[in-house]
Design a protein around this ligand. Structure first.
Ligand code: PEP
Length: 252
């Protein structure tokens, strides 16, 4: 059975009091009504320590991680540092990191590896931009991103990775891939993994969909056989939408 996951990505939002309030609301919600899916919150680095100190059962991820172990990398946060404040994992290779920070597939692969080496679960993001989709190159792009970043991993390591397919044209735009488009590319990604690592591993890896998922469209997307949950941006920023998504997925 694959893990079913609803993961939030807060991006660069919320002050400390706002972050504490939302974390408390999420924790209280899932304790009062245990979901039938895993819940992850990806939050700014600066809030992780307090989040884990106050909500030890919550799965708390960073939104990035350094590709380096330690040293003269001003402003970076290492896997070892994250582990020492009890982070559970890290979102890696988000399209905003690829776009604004020019992260390459090779760097993203190094981040995935260093996360795994430090006992952190990576959520590895892939996905094409609009021109690549329009010119029919989306599979080729996702293949390259996945192969370069993940296929150097051992079978044991890749089994610990969560993948998030996020078509860039659907992130924060209100535009969603159709459930059929999501299913097609999720099945394609699973096929790539099967070719490299075999069916058993491919069938065990959770592939999340991300891109303007909200309560009004989640049921159709989450119902697709190769969609194992969502990486949620805007709708993860308030308890009503986030809890509704958890409920919708719990009932599928
Ligand atoms: C994201 O940031 O990963 C994301 C999917 O954002 P949104 O849900 O707002 O499109």
């Amino acid at each position: 059975m694959r893990r079913k996951i609803v993961a939030g990505n807060w991006k660069m939002n919320k002050t400390l009091p706002e972050a504490k309030l939302l974390l408390t609301e999420i924790d209280t919600y899932i304790q009062s009504k245990p979901p039938k899916c895993e819940v992850i919150v990806g939050i700014p680095f600066v809030y992780i320590e307090s989040a884990k100190a106050n909500h030890k059962d919550l799965n708390v991820f960073s939104e990035d991680i350094s590709e380096h172990r330690s040293g003269a990398y001003t402003g970076e946060v290492s896997a070892e540092m994250l582990k020492s404040i009890h982070a559970d994992g890290a979102i890696i290779g988000h399209s905003e990191r690829r776009q604004y920070h020019k992260e390459t597939d090779e760097q993203i692969g190094a981040k995935v590896k260093i996360a795994l080496d430090n006992g952190l679960t990576p959520i590895f993001c892939n996905g094409e931009v609009l021109e690549e989709r329009k010119s029919g190159r989306h599979k080729e792009v996702v293949k390259r991103q996945t192969e370069v970043a993940l296929f150097g991993l051992s079978p044991e390591d890749i089994s610990k990775v969560i993948i998030a397919y996020e078509p860039v044209w659907a992130i924060g735009t209100g535009e969603t891939a159709t459930p059929e488009q999501a299913q097609e590319i999720h099945a394609y990604i699973r096929g790539l993994i099967a070719t490299q690592y075999g069916n058993e591993i491919a069938d065990s890896i959770s592939i999340l969909y991300g891109g303007s998922v909200k309560p009004s469209n989640a049921k159709e997307i989450f119902s697709k056989p190769d969609v194992d949950g969502g990486l949620i941006g805007g709708a993860a920023l308030n308890i009503n939408d986030f809890s509704a998504l958890i409920d919708i997925y719990s009932e599928i």
